[in-house]
Design a protein around this ligand. Sequence first.
Ligand SMILES: [Ca+2]
Ligand SMILES: [Ca+2]
Length: 309
Amino acid sequence: MKTAVSVALIGLTLGVSVAQHDDDLLFGRDGNRVEIIQPQPHPIRQMSSVLGRFILDVGMDFYFDYNTGLPDLQFCRVQQVWISPGLVGSKSGFGNVFCESGCSNFFNLPTNNTPHHHFIFAAPSPGVYVWDVQGVNAVARGGVALQDMPYAYRVYMVAGNPLRLFGTVQPAQGYQGNLYDLRLTVQLRQGGNALATSMLPPNPSAIHPYMVGFNQPAGTYTVVAKLSKHLSRRVDNLSLSGARAQNWQFTTLGDVNGDDVIDDADLLQILFAFGSTDANADVNGDGVVDDADLLVVLFNFGAVGEGAQ
Ligand SMILES: [Ca+2]
Ligand SMILES: [Ca+2]
């Protein structure tokens, strides 16, 4: 990994001709694969309130080697992996490029003979928004094809001043798969009523593996978190105002159908997928559906999530 110092010096060297910004995603090379050299991890970004919307400028560029002044790469595709509903990334002359559905969700560097581009991300209401990307199909300066980034790089964007929860997400001990393949759902409740829900893939490479925002007043809430394939956890009487750390440890695996109960419906789904690689029925995340998955469900049979209503 190259140092932040050399990146800063590059910024100075190129400062006049190319407006490089501290938070621009700089795509470079780490051994045989493409990597976002800086910023690592991406800092939490505050969106600006403009005409009733929230917007943020997100830049990207190649990483330029300090000694040679040359870019690490000659080509890289910035591929979106996940984006929060409602968040849209657009660029003058290109329209909406990144969004939940109906966008191309990738951008090639270089485009129009330059690797340096800026996108405006916009969101309609206060909250925490997520944009996850990977560098793929990259070609190094010398012409060598590089391996894709093996993880998703996350940018958190905060619109307004929502209630925020952030922290770590620990799956059950028996889960062997990738945490990013699961979905974390966090729900705010008061008096038994669900007020707001936010969902995202946990991302251990991000500044916080999860952060969610709720456009709700400060107060005392019950918070329920559910990780896919796991039973939910619940914390009562949580006093929320601004941002607060809340780590989640999920202990019980086996809820294949996501109804927060482990019962014969889960068992049946595994039996129907037995011997396949169906990711939904692969309880322990080892890539196959077999008796190990059945055993997990049988062992936890009858268990109900803390947040089940
Ligand atoms: Ca179930
Ligand atoms: Ca399995």
